[in-house]
Ligand binder design. Sequence first.
Ligand SMILES: Cc1ncc(COP(=O)(O)O)c(C=O)c1O
Length: 398
Amino acid sequence: MPTYADRLNLIAPSPTLSLDAKTKALKTSGADIVNFGIGEPDFDTPGHIREAAIKAIRDGFTRYTPADGLLELKEAVARKFKLDNGLDYKPGQIVISNGGKHTLYNIFLALFQPGDEVIVPVPAWVSYPPMISLCGAKPVLAPTLAENGYTLTAEELDRFITPRTRGLILNSPSNPTGMAYGPERLAELADLALKHDLWVVSDDIYEKIIFDGFKFHNLPMLRPELAERTVIAHGLSKTYAMTGWRVGFLAGPEKVAQGVAKIQSQTTSNPCSISQKAAVAALDGPQDEVEDMRVSFARRRDLVLRLLADIPGLSCPRPQGAFYVLPDVTAYLGKKRGGRILADNDALADYLLEEAGTALVPGSCFGDGKTLRICYAVGEADIERGLERIKAALLKLV
Ligand SMILES: Cc1ncc(COP(=O)(O)O)c(C=O)c1O
């Protein structure tokens, strides 16, 4: 028999997508599950964006586009960066890809290789470490503390830097913590990135989902000299409820964009022509539905936090953005239910799915053993129902 490539052993399937498949299978078989698992807005894509896609189909806009994306869309992305972030990017510094995930993988392929170490502050989004491994580089997980709002301090970062360190991944607001970096903390990290000649990959996909007047910053906004070593990964999935359309984009140094464009031209070619037309409508069109969704997420965050505060022993910092909370469940680890010991957060998540009909993602998927992630991109009635079930199930443990 022919053998398989070793790289298959480097990674496991995405645990959040596996959990979602399990949850949906349970639902299909009739189980009543509240799904706090998958990070997907429950809103529909705004109507004017869908209309732009329908128009693209009617106009016969159904052929290959330039492999790295339509100029029209790159110009819309450039306008977004100017308007939202005060950053100047030319179309040649922008690449459009098939979703934020594809954007990130392309960036890693262009920047990292065997022998490189890439620092990932944890808890972190599930796919950074496997993607870095697939590039042959080594993900170095740098733990952050709840009391620091799950942001990495310069001192912590310094401890993980070696002569092999090539890059640092930042994600603010973060999946899974919902926490975001303020300008002071970012400035400290900027100094170290400059001192050690690091690439910074800034995953800004939750930029627009921020609460309580929090002001979003990334490194190039704060320190213009960081623009030549920062690549911003972004996308439309979360902001515009466009998860299925698969549109992501990067902005960074021209050489990185050219490298990614080259990789993309030999691997996937262009993202869907119709989705790209829809993306232009999303970026250039009215933003009031984006604001409505943001306001809804803010209200839901408040509701989740209020209900969590009512469950003895749970704690979590107050997220400034995204649509996740990551409560510390240490108080319930090692407890028992009917002779079954719930030794770790995986076992606790299994218990809550099977016995309480609530799907949550164990923090272990994000490199953390103490927490469970709740995604509150679901209706308020589900939030109330789900949190009530979680409370009842946790209080049964002895
Ligand atoms: C932090 C983060 N980055 C990137 C992505 C990728 O998003 P997509 O590929 O759907 O655009 C996600 C999706 O869950 C995410 O949470």
